[in-house]
Structures are given as structure tokens and as C-alpha cells.
Design a protein around this ligand. Structure first.
Ligand SMILES: [Zn+2]
Length: 466
């Protein structure tokens, strides 16, 4: 789950930690066969799954994007921890550092960043060969985490286990999901279950700052008949994620002494960029109201319509001068149905560019001094049908395991689009409330971890055949 700004929200105050955020257990009204052998094996293996998660959290695998690449990445140390577990299961291992030059044929498409340096930052793909004849499954997680930020009441890399939860950066996003996936495979092995279809476990680097690790997995030719990304979904099945655009609109003005009478701007007078900025902010509000009612900006699996959310404002230089410039930074979302031919948000960019240009036409100064828009990020989206057999199977398994699981898309971005574009039906499903990701006191409850591990074990057995 990506949010390249280390922007910790204020933590709750008070003594000790607040109550862990969990996904409430729900009824199991499902036709899914619930082999007691598997659920018992997952429960018996729970301590091992917890200790794997703790081991992963204790590796400070902060994406170097957050330290401006001054601190060496420890994503490789995460891969070391996983490799020990996966080798024990008899997987064949493939470990390599992505290379931006070698991936250049993806330039201009999703997940490609020409200047990204992956030295010392290996991807890991482990393949567990099945006996053959059934569907293969990919389980893909990211090894990197966002920086810890401020406001923690526990060591962010201590993996504290308290009140039925594991605390630490990455416990939710998404080492909890990775631990659940490995815990599921280990539980199946402990139960004496051998699979017919292959299982491909991928642990990628650099998800939190671009997704190029996953691009490298796809480029290397890894494919499967289905994929699950165990990002935190609160145990909901998320066969959809939105595309995200970050844009910055710069509105020009003309600075001048704020206490003095001003001639018309044509005669050299001030132009207050803040006053012009208000016009744009009001217009964005009206646009959002329109988008909220527009079927093109809504998806039945998403609780929120696409919006243009203003996140940062920046204007003026002195208390005594009219602002000579105002910058409005925003986050706008788009749906898979709005993608352009490259699979990115070009249509929505064009829509917003002409929207801002039209507003500028209403002002004489702006007609002659048009605002400028920069696009900072375009993170792609992806979708798999809610009635796809994999979506249905994960949903049934989660409810059978005891989770109040819904089919609900992710309002944020994950790497699923890169897999979907490669022809792999993909969904997100994992433990932990997505709302606590990227926050101080990030934590996953052991209950969520157990339900996710159980669900994944059931799905692996059912999808791949035993
Ligand atoms: Zn994530």
C-alpha cells in the first residue's frame, strides 16, 4: 500500500497503547468446505507465524526513498529471513537486483522509474513446484516499509507483542500479510498436505516508492493462474485498487506591498495569488460535488467516489506583501475504466488540465499569465471481476474462517495493476486495518493474523488442489 509521503498522523494520547484495531469476527454463512485438518494445522502453527512476523518487523527495511537514499536499504535482510523459511519448504529460489536499464522497454508505463537504483536491493521469488495438473497461485508481498515517523509509544522496530497484537512499522503494511502467506504454506506442509499446482511466492522491493520491484517480477516472466497480494484489507476481498495522481498547480500573481494602494495590474499593480487561489479552491469543491454524483467517478465496490483532494497549500513570501505565487498540491484518484492505452491516468490528467484552463479563462490576468500544472505521481490501478472464481473463493474461505469479510475495493493503490496487466487475475486480501498503515503504533491483531493465515491456507489448497 503506497503513500510515498512520510506523513504520520497524530497518535492517540493517554497511558499505554490504545485498544488494538481488529476486524470483527462475523458469521460463517458459506458453502466453503472447511477441512478441520487445515484449520487445526494453522492454529497449531500460530506461534511460528507470529515469530516470523516479529522477525520481519525487526528488520528496519525502510524504503531508501524516505532517507533520500542516504541510508542503505535493508530489504535484502527481509529476503534472507524469508529465504530460510521457503528453502525449508523445498522451494527453488531466484534472487536478483532489478535493473532500470534492463527494464527500459517499460518506460512511460506503470511502475517504471528510470533513475531508480537497486544495488543491494534484491527481489526474491520462491517457487514451490506442485505435482501438476492444477492451477498455480502467486502470493506477492513487498519487503519495504515507510519510515517510522514520530509519535510511537513503542519501539517501531521492536515487534512488541501486547494485548493480542503485534506492534511495529510494517506489521500491517505488509509484513503481517507476508507472514500469513508463509504461515499458510508451512501449516499445509505440517498437515501433510501436498499441492498439485505450483505456488510462486514473491517478495519485492520498492513498492512504497513506485512498484518497480513487481514490474521486475513480471518482466522476468513470472506468471500464475491467479495472484493474491496480502496487503492489509481488514480481511475484506479487494479485487480492485484505484489509480492515484499527484498534481501541483502553480498560480502566478505579482507581489507588492500589501499596505499600500495598488494601481491596476496593467499599470504595475499587485496581483494577489491567494485571492486567485481561492477561486481555484472553490472550483475544486464544485468539481468534487459533480464527481461525487457522476457514475464515471464511482465504482460499486468502492465506498468513496473519486475526488480531487487538496493536501498542501503554499503561498506568499512576506507578511507585508501580496502573494506572488500560490501552489495547490492535490491527490486525485481514477478508476480502471478511466485508464488510457498505457494503463495510466492520462485521460484524467487531461480532464483536470482543461478544467483548470477553463477557470483561468475567466480572469484577465490568468488569460495572459496561465497557471502551470506539474504531475508528480501517476500510480496505476487494477481490477479483477468480483465474480471471478478467485475472488469468490477467497471471500467464501474468509467467511468460513470466521471473518466478516466483504467484497470491497481498495481506495488506495497497490501493485495489483502490474500483475493484472500481465494477464494474472489478482486481488488484495490480508490482515490488519488499512487505516493503521503508515501511522505511529501500527499493529496487527493476532486474531486477524490467524484468520488471514487460515483463509490463505484454505484458498491455496482449494485453488492449487491437493
Ligand atoms: Zn503495502
Amino acid at each position: 500500500m503506497r503513500n510515498p509521503h512520510p506523513n504520520p498522523s497524530p497518535c492517540a494520547r493517554g497511558e499505554g497503547l490504545t485498544a488494538p484495531v481488529t476486524s470483527s469476527p462475523g458469521p460463517p454463512p458459506s458453502a466453503f468446505r472447511l477441512p478441520p485438518l487445515i484449520t487445526a494445522a494453522v492454529a497449531a502453527h500460530h506461534e511460528e507465524t507470529v515469530s516470523l512476523l516479529q522477525e520481519l518487523v525487526r528488520v528496519e527495511s525502510v524504503n531508501p526513498y524516505f532517507s533520500n537514499y542516504e541510508t542503505p536499504s535493508r530489504e535484502g535482510d527481509v529476503q534472507d529471513v524469508l529465504a530460510v523459511r521457503l528453502e525449508r519448504l523445498g522451494a527453488t529460489m531466484d534472487r536478483w537486483e532489478p535493473d532500470a536499464k534492463a527494464l527500459a522497454r517499460h518506460a512511460g508505463g506503470p511502475g517504471y522509474y528510470p533513475d531508480r537504483d537497486f544495488r543491494g536491493r534484491p527481489n526474491l521469488v520462491a517457487t514451490l513446484p506442485g505435482s501438476g495438473g492444477r492451477r498455480s497461485l502467486m502470493l506477492l508481498g513487498h519487503a519495504d516499509v515507510v519510515s517510522a515517523g514520530e509519535g510511537w509509544r513503542v519501539d517501531p522496530f521492536g515487534a512488541v507483542r501486547q494485548d493480542g497484537a503485534i506492534y511495529g512499522r510494517g506489521s500491517v503494511d505488509m509484513k503481517g500479510g507476508t507472514a500469513a502467506a508463509i504461515g499458510a504454506l508451512e501449516s499445509l506442509r505440517a498437515a501433510g498436505v501436498y499441492l498439485r499446482g505450483d505456488v510462486v511466492v514473491a517478495s519485492v522491493v520498492d513498492e512504497e516508492a513506485g512498484g518497480m520491484g513487481t514490474l521486475a517480477v513480471v518482466d522476468r516472466g513470472y506468471r500464475a493462474d491467479g495472484a493474491i497480494i496480502p496487503e492489509p484489507t481488514g480481511l475484506n476481498v479487494a479485487p480492485l485498487c484505484r489509480g492515484i495522481l499527484w498534481g501541483r498547480l502553480t498560480i502566478p500573481g505579482r507581489a507588492s506591498h500589501i499596505e499600500m494602494p495598488q494601481p491596476h495590474w496593467r499599470d504595475g499593480g499587485a496581483v494577489d495569488a491567494i485571492a486567485l487561489g481561492r477561486v481555484f479552491l472553490d472550483a475544486i469543491d464544485r468539481l468534487n460535488a459533480r464527481w461525487a454524483e457522476s457514475p464515471a467517478k464511482r465504482h460499486p465496490l468502492l465506498p468513496l467516489p473519486c475526488q480531487v483532494n487538496v493536501s498542501m497549500l503554499d503561498a506568499g513570501e512576506f507578511p507585508t506583501a501580496f502573494a506572488g505565487r500560490m501552489r495547490i498540491t492535490f491527490d486525485a484518484q481514477y478508476l480502471p475504466s478511466e485508464r488510457n492505452q498505457r494503463g495510466l491516468g492520462g485521460h484524467v490528467k487531461a480532464e483536470l488540465e482543461s478544467f483548470f484552463a477553463e477557470i483561468a479563462q475567466g480572469d484577465e490576468w490568468l488569460r495572459e499569465n496561465p497557471p502551470h500544472i506539474e504531475w508528480l505521481v501517476d500510480a496505476d490501478c487494477g481490477e479483477t471481476a468480483g465474480d471471478h472464481p478467485l475472488s469468490q473463493m477467497v471471500h467464501d474461505a474468509a467467511r468460513s474462517a470466521g471473518a466478516a469479510s466483504r467484497m470491497e475495493g481498495m481506495s488506495s493503490h497497490t501493485d495489483m495493476g502490474l500483475l493484472v496487466n500481465a494477464g494474472i487475475p489478482t486481488l488484495n486480501f490480508g490482515p490488519g486495518a488499512p487505516s493503521v498503515a503508515h501511522q505511529p503504533d501500527e499493529h496487527v491483531t493476532e486474531h486477524d493474523l490467524l484468520l488471514a493465515t487460515t483463509t490463505l491456507a484454505l484458498v491455496i489448497a482449494e485453488w492449487c488442489g491437493v
